[in-house]
Design a protein. Structure first.
Lengths: 334, 555
């Protein structure tokens, strides 16, 4: 089997790594969008994340990874109560995918051979309780985007076609990556992502050399490299699990809520999703850092991730919206 | 007598043959001809089966999919295998016409499978017709055969790559090589980290090719030349220039420790820089197209043409496969099947009346032209009003008549005082436009940047609705109000330039009409930044103005 490059061996790109860790701690954050230049390790990080995530408990052979036998949809025709451990699903949504493949459709094989009307689940079913990864998300065809928006919103996939009437849960974390030079992302889809990160190639020579060295070591002898970095990955996974357990206990005081609101007002972010995401991300970071309450340093750290894609786009601001957020954060939080 | 470019191309091909998958492949920039044929004839040294693909290949053809006719015939599910199912050296013809979505899909598969090697044949005639960057980024080499004569293209005498392949895995990358190549990439402004990785592999392949067991500075220099030269975005500062330059440029900070440590280092930076410089094509850095302006070779004329198979003006149907997106042209299919009926009936064991084979299937095709939107951005400032606002109004009216005849949409933006106003949202109503235009008052400052920004935003919005926008700017170019509303001439000019650059990056076609009394250089520069045509029109009447705009936008 081809190994994925280990997550902890990625040099630099701290924002991207933090954003992915935060969604692993709190899946309700709503996913990550990674936008950046070519050759900066976007796809590498997402594939590494898959190897890092802790396994989930699911009903055996359930097409939607149900956590409880009562949640298995009728059409699956399962009568088992056996639970198995399976890795967190990370499903790739290829660009050329057809609608049938995404939502699921009539099972042609069974229809042709046995004359039965059966449902063949699609990628959305597979991705339930896991991650849906779209590389080059800005090039995704419009009708697939519409479909994803609807499902990401409701957490349920409804199929009404070819005489089938099926619904099943589809709660997944969207992870998108892309290169802004190749096209813009529709604002509606942009808004669905909880966090966004802009990545650049490191411009520090030492960092760049380290990247090349590690990549070369990985390609020369993957097994040895995995032994070296696997320990780091496990440590990180334990920290994520510990943070998940503590997440509910994080204390959120009124001043922190006020800070969130003031930040969003000062930036003129549309809607209230900004505040909510900022709050959730701040709490996830507090849990990750082992703190007991949400404080300003947490908000300061996650504000660029949670807010930079929610501003009105200013085509002339070459510094990018992350710089605008940073400026406002230092003005509001002092 | 062989040309240096030909030698470089031969070397690149030999290195690619040593590690075809690891190096990804190469872009071959050449028009079809004997030189390219001579080069392609040598592709046999790559130890992979060759497969030819083209930019219009369907997803089924590339990645495989359900074979509908075979499935129906055999009553069980049959999948067809795509070209990318097996390891292969893919030869992508007419790579400059590859649409962005195909490029992205190919790039994904190259990354994931790790069993393919791609030779992209780029036949672009213009500098900005080129292989999509998503692909060329993932291919180590780029060779340019344009300037080579047939007699210069003779097979070289490089060692056999097949022998080198055995040696290749044993050559280890040294820390010095990694450091030297990474630092060099940074000095040439090569941002992507794939480039130093490719260079490292190329250096190892080069060492293997010449039968060495370890990397030498020759290998590194050769690899750097082949991999970095076409990716360079800046020339490294020469040592003496660095001494003379008063403030050291910030991007060189990372380099300075390297420069000091060079004496101990085995591989001299200067030597490597020379190696890359030798490979730089003439005028390459000057002709670098700013990022994001590649328009591709698909053309962006009046009303972008979109070939679909759902709606629009019908085109002749073509044979094809039903992939769930196309509609079958029943008459054409029957017509294609008709001549074969007697033979097929003889061959068929079952006595069917009508025998249609998958090859007979014809698909309907339609061509859909999106409507064009002409955005008039008119300077209504005091200075322009004095000059020739009335003439501009007349010209716009004449253009409107033409637009009406061609069913174009028009929109009108006026800028004066401190900002720009959308006087008329996109419409086809001629009467309304005329009325608004006649009532257009003149006077106040010239917020050119605000006008351009309003036009750009409107154009982007219209494009998202499926229109093909174009911008016509009528101004005397004396911008004196900055974007923030302050009266600062220098700032105003700078803002206008920045917006112009943005419009160009958005790929919006346009024309700038200078309606001042004499042409201003400033406005010509602005048009260049916008990538628009500049038309100075001193002493032009409305008729000539209108003719000029039509000519510029249709060009």
């Amino acid at each position: 089997m081809k190994h994925a490059f280990p997550f902890s061996a990625i040099v630099g790109q701290d924002d991207m790594k933090l954003a992915m860790i935060l969604t692993a701690i709190d899946p309700k954050l709503g996913g990550v969008l990674v936008f950046g230049d070519r050759g900066t390790g976007k796809s590498t990080a997402v594939r590494a994340l898959a190897a890092l995530l802790p396994p989930i408990q699911a009903v055996k052979a359930c097409p939607v990874n149900a956590a409880d036998p009562s949640e298995v949809p009728d059409w699956a025709g399962l009568d088992t109560h056996e639970m198995v451990e399976r890795p967190t699903p990370v499903v790739d949504l290829p660009l050329g995918v057809t609608e049938d493949r995404v939502t699921g459709a009539l099972d042609i094989e069974r229809a042709l051979t046995q004359g039965e009307k059966a449902f063949q689940p699609g990628l959305l079913a597979q991705a339930n309780r896991g991650y849906l990864y779209i590389d080059e998300v800005n090039l995704l065809e419009d009708h697939i985007v519409d479909l994803l928006l609807d499902v990401a919103q409701s957490g349920e996939n409804v199929v009404e076609r070819e005489g089938l009437s099926i619904r099943h849960p589809a709660r997944f974390v969207l992870v998108g990556s892309g290169n802004p030079e190749e096209g813009e992302l529709r604002p509606q889809l942009l808004d669905r992502f909880g966090l966004s990160v802009e990545v650049r190639s490191p411009n520090n020579i030492e960092d760049r050399i380290e990247v090349i060295k590690r990549r070369d070591a990985f390609e020369t002898d993957a097994a040895k490299f995995m032994r070296k970095w696997g320990k780091e990955d496990r440590k990180l996974r334990d920290r994520i699990l510990a943070a998940r357990a503590k997440l509910a206990e994080i204390d959120t005081k009124k001043p922190a809520l006020r800070d969130c609101a003031e930040l969003c007002v000062a930036l003129g972010a549309d809607g209230l999703r900004g505040e909510l995401t900022l709050l959730r991300a701040g709490r996830a970071l507090a849990a990750f850092d082992g703190d007991t309450a949400l404080a300003r340093p947490h908000l300061r750290r996650v504000a660029p991730l949670a807010l930079s894609h929610r501003l009105r786009r200013d085509p002339l601001d070459e510094a990018g919206s992350a710089a605008r957020v940073a400026r406002t954060v230092s003005e509001v939080l002092g | 007598m062989t040309a240096p470019q030909w030698d470089a191309a031969q070397l690149a091909l030999a290195l690619l043959s040593v590690d075809p998958v690891g190096l990804g492949g190469m872009v071959v920039r050449a028009r079809s001809g004997p030189v390219r044929d001579a080069f392609l004839a040598e592709l046999g040294s790559i130890p992979l089966p060759r497969r030819r693909i083209h930019p219009d290949i369907s997803d089924d053809g590339l990645f495989g999919g359900l074979d509908l006719s075979a499935t129906l015939a055999s009553k069980k599910i049959v999948f067809s295998q795509g070209v990318m199912h097996d390891p292969a050296a893919l030869i992508l013809t007419m790579a400059e016409r590859t649409p962005a979505d195909l490029a992205a899909k190919l790039a994904q598969r190259l990354d994931l499978d790790g069993t393919h090697c791609l030779i992209a044949l780029d036949e672009g005639a213009e500098p900005d017709e080129r292989c999509p960057p998503a692909l060329s980024e993932r291919l180590a080499f780029r060779v340019d055969l344009e300037a080579i004569g047939r007699l210069q293209a003779t097979p070289g005498d490089l060692p056999d790559p097949a022998i080198a392949r055995a040696l290749y895995p044993r050559i280890a990358a040294t820390a010095e090589a990694i450091e030297a190549l990474t630092a060099l990439a940074a000095r040439y402004g090569v941002d992507s980290l794939r480039a130093p990785l490719f260079a490292l592999r190329a250096a190892r392949a080069h060492a293997a090719l010449f039968g060495r067991n370890s990397l030498t500075s020759d290998d590194i220099a050769a690899a750097a030349g082949l991999v970095f030269a076409h990716r360079a975005t800046q020339m490294p500062q020469d040592a003496e220039q660095e001494d003379n330059a008063p403030p050291p440029p910030p991007e060189d900070e990372g380099d300075s420790p390297q420069d000091q440590g060079e004496d101990q280092m085995e591989i001299s930076q200067e030597m490597l820089i020379e190696a890359v410089r030798a490979m730089l094509p003439d005028g390459m850095l000057e002709s670098l197209v700013p990022a994001g302006t590649a328009r591709g070779a698909r053309g962006s004329g009046a009303g972008a043409r979109r070939k679909g198979n759902r709606r629009g003006r019908p085109l002749p149907s073509r044979p094809g496969r039903l992939d769930g997106r196309a509609r079958i042209d029943l008459v054409a299919t029957l017509r294609a099947a008709a001549p074969w009926q007697p033979i097929r009936r003889k061959l068929s064991p079952r006595g069917q009346k009508l025998l249609i084979h998958p090859g007979d299937i014809h698909l309907k095709r339609f061509e859909d032209r999106s409507d064009r939107l002409l955005i008039f951005t008119v300077d209504a400032s005091g200075s322009a009003a004095l000059a020739r606002l009335a003439e501009a109004k007349g010209a716009v009216e004449l253009l409107l008549v033409q637009a009406y005849a061609r069913r174009d949409h028009v929109a009108l933006i006026a800028f004066r005082g401190e900002g720009a106003d959308l006087l008329l949202p996109p419409t086809r109503s001629l009467v309304q436009t005329k009325r608004r235009l006649a009532a257009l008052p003149g006077g106040g400052g010239t917020p050119l940047a605000a006008g351009l920004q309003a036009a750009g935003e409107l154009a982007e919005h219209a494009r998202s609705q499926g229109l093909s926008p174009a911008i016509a700017v009528l101004t005397d170019g004396r911008a004196n109000i900055a974007l923030d509303g302050s009266a600062d001439r220098a700032q105003a000019a700078e803002d206008a330039t920045r917006i112009g650059t943005w419009l160009r990056a958005c790929g919006l076609p346009g024309v700038v009409l200078d309606m001042g009394n004499r042409p201003t250089r400033q406005l010509g520069d602005l048009a260049a930044h916008m990538g628009a045509r500049y038309l100075p029109l001193p002493r032009a009447d409305a008729e000539r103005l209108s003719a000029a705009v039509t000519a510029a936008l249709d060009a």
